[in-house]
Design a protein around this ligand. Structure first.
Ligand code: HEM
Length: 449
């Protein structure tokens, strides 16, 4: 890799921790309510109010009854194909050459990227950082290889002890007989701790990881340009901090087993440019943060909503591995990923044209009744829960899936060990977004079973 590191003594940059991107957006909308997007098409499931108000289920059902994919001709992000059938999503993800993930074609979310003219007007450093989630083969294969060894079953075995200890410690510190926010006290804390362990990130600074990746707020800003502008400052600070860690790690005599050291010393790094290294680090933080966090909140919310399933969990801890899969299906913390079609092609009887935007709605597909019986019921004994596509499918299937599953399993096991029953008793606030699907706030109280 061309070295971006210098020989200067490493010094970690000063960083802001307030306001978060979410808070900045919230304030922006309070001042400019007219800037919320205007969605008119009845099947435009990119509108975030249906997730905020938790009323997306009948819309996806109506679409699925009519077919697995639909062309949505109008919407604030331009026309797109909404793919809502489970089999159709797998079909599309199995054709990564025809359905591209790369930034050059349009990237992985429904949002439009900046044009070359806009990038030039802002300065070349405003280009999106390259990340392998938004690359096609062969670049994708080479770069995924630099991080994949950190997520093997044996690497998970090495991390389990520390994850279990941290989880147990946190659960023991929670108040009893008192209402508190599960999102802030448990989901965020555990997910951030896991990422800090993974990266060998300074423990005392770990909340910065949450702060930097807190982009899940509001996707209803009329102008993606403004959103980009707000995010840019945070991205810049994060890259500076990681650069200082990178410098520290390159100076180490014995390479550590954290992910940053591992990437630095991976032979595949020879192919990676410094901005790609940075981009991929950010991908891992953002990829591992909101997702696992929202599943941890989803577990508590759904077990509370289905007391028969909570009772089953309490009586049969052997069901925990399957319960993890079922809760992933039920929550689906990333609602969609996007692809762009590279050649005219036919999918389940519809002709998709070169250049068309294709949005894969995992959230809908995980409630597809042609695959999952009684899909809106949480059923921790469901025999095909593992068929969920919350981690995607094909060559881009989540590289961190095993780590996420480990964390969720350990959480349920440690809750069970402590005979902890979590009741949702207060405010529940969902994320107002069409990409991250989860909870901002979940007020709970703990009792024993
Ligand atoms: C990719 C979901 C946890 C890192 C993905 C994709 C999804 C996903 C849907 C895209 C698949 C596609 O485009 O087909 C989730 C969920 C998680 C989770 C639901 C937790 C419940 C994690 C964790 C990490 C991580 C813990 C790492 C610390 C990544 C990376 C990619 C990815 C690097 C890109 C893979 C590629 O392009 O080859 N994840 N993720 N994720 N995820 Fe996760």
């Amino acid at each position: 890799m061309a070295s971006a590191a210098t020989d200067q003594a490493p010094k970690r940059p000063e960083v802001r921790t307030s306001p978060t991107a979410y808070e900045a957006l919230k304030k922006h909308f309070e001042q400019h309510p007219e800037e919320r997007l205007n969605h008119t098409h009845k099947w435009d499931v990119s509108r975030s109010d249906i997730y905020y108000e938790d009323r997306w289920q009948p819309i996806f059902k109506e679409m699925q009854d009519a077919g697995p994919l639909h062309y949505i001709p109008e919407g604030p992000y331009g026309p797109y194909w909404a793919v809502v059938g489970h089999k159709a999503i797998q079909h599309i993800e199995a054709l990564p050459e025809t359905f591209s993930s790369s930034w050059e074609h349009g990237g992985i979310t429904i949002l439009e990227r900046l044009s070359e003219e806009e990038i030039a007007a802002r300065g070349a450093d405003r280009r999106e950082l390259p990340m392998f989630i938004a690359m096609d083969r062969p670049e994708h294969t080479g770069q995924r290889r630099t991080v994949a060894p950190k997520f093997t079953p044996s690497a998970m075995g090495d991390m389990e002890t520390e994850i279990r200890a941290r989880t147990g410690e946190l659960l023991d510190s929670l108040p009893r007989g008192e209402v508190f926010d599960w999102v802030d006290n448990v989901s965020i804390e555990l997910t951030t701790g896991m990422l800090a362990i993974l990266f060998g990130f300074p423990w005392e600074d770990r909340r910065l990881l949450t702060f930097w990746s807190d982009w899940s707020g509001d996707t209803e800003l009329a102008s993606i340009r403004d959103l980009d502008e707000m995010r840019w400052g945070f991205l810049h600070e994060m890259a500076a901090y990681f650069q200082s860690l990178w410098i520290e790690r390159t100076h180490e005599k014995e390479p550590g087993d954290d992910l940053i050291s591992m990437m630095i010393h991976s032979p595949a790094m020879n192919q990676m440019r410094p901005e790609e290294f940075m981009g991929n680090l950010i991908l891992l933080i953002v990829g591992g943060n909101d997702t696992t966090r929202n599943t941890m909140s989803g577990i508590v919310h759904s077990l509370d909503a289905f007391p028969d399933q909570r009772k089953l969990f309490e009586e049969n801890p052997d069901l925990i591995p399957n319960a993890v899969q079922e809760c992933l299906r039920f929550q689906t913390p990333l609602a969609h990923m996007r692809r762009t079609c590279t050649e005219d092609t036919e999918v389940f009887g519809e002709t998709i044209r070169k250049g068309d935007k294709v949005v894969l709605w995992y959230l809908g597909a995980n409630r597809d009744e042609s695959v999952f019986e009684d899909p809106h019921k949480l059923d921790i004994t469901r025999d095909n829960a593992r068929r969920h596509i919350a981690f995607g499918y094909g060559i881009h299937r989540c590289v961190g899936a095993r780590l996420a599953e480990l964390q969720l399993r350990v959480l349920l096991e440690e809750m069970h060990k402590r005979r902890m029953r979590v009741h949702v008793v207060g405010d529940v606030e969902r994320v107002r977004a069409n990409f991250v699907h989860g909870f901002r706030k979940l007020e709970v109280e703990i009792t024993e079973f």
